[in-house]
Design a protein around this ligand. Structure first.
Ligand code: ZN
Length: 107
């Protein structure tokens, strides 16, 4: 195509390929966003994703409410837990497990 002007049919083909790659790009983005949100907790009251460190409360029937929506309900939750980030549980904390005597000598 170098050195000459593309024909109308070639322009149309180029345009179609750009549009199909745009559609594919959008589908991949949508799929990855949906995959990310599947494992995430969300409040059944306000549909908000609770912030890291915020408490989410579990009620009978599997309903979950954030701290803000819990205040509007009188029923007591069956459980609650702190929301952690995606890296929670995958990090390793290194602790000194040597006997006390060897630890003092090294310090
Ligand atoms: Zn809420």
């Amino acid at each position: 195509m170098k050195g000459r002007t593309p024909s109308a049919a070639e322009y149309l083909d180029m345009l179609r390929s750009l549009q199909s790659s745009d559609v594919l790009e959008r589908q991949l983005l949508r799929r990855s966003v949906m995959a990310l949100s599947e494992g995430r907790d969300s409040c059944d009251g306000c549909h908000r994703t609770p912030l890291l460190g915020e408490r989410i409360h579990h009620y009978e029937g599997g309903r979950k409410l954030c701290e803000l929506c819990r205040g509007e309900r009188r029923e007591q939750p069956v459980g609650s837990r702190v929301v952690h980030g995606g890296e929670h549980g995958t990090t390793v904390r290194i602790t000194d497990q040597r006997p006390e005597r060897r630890r003092r000598r090294a310090a």
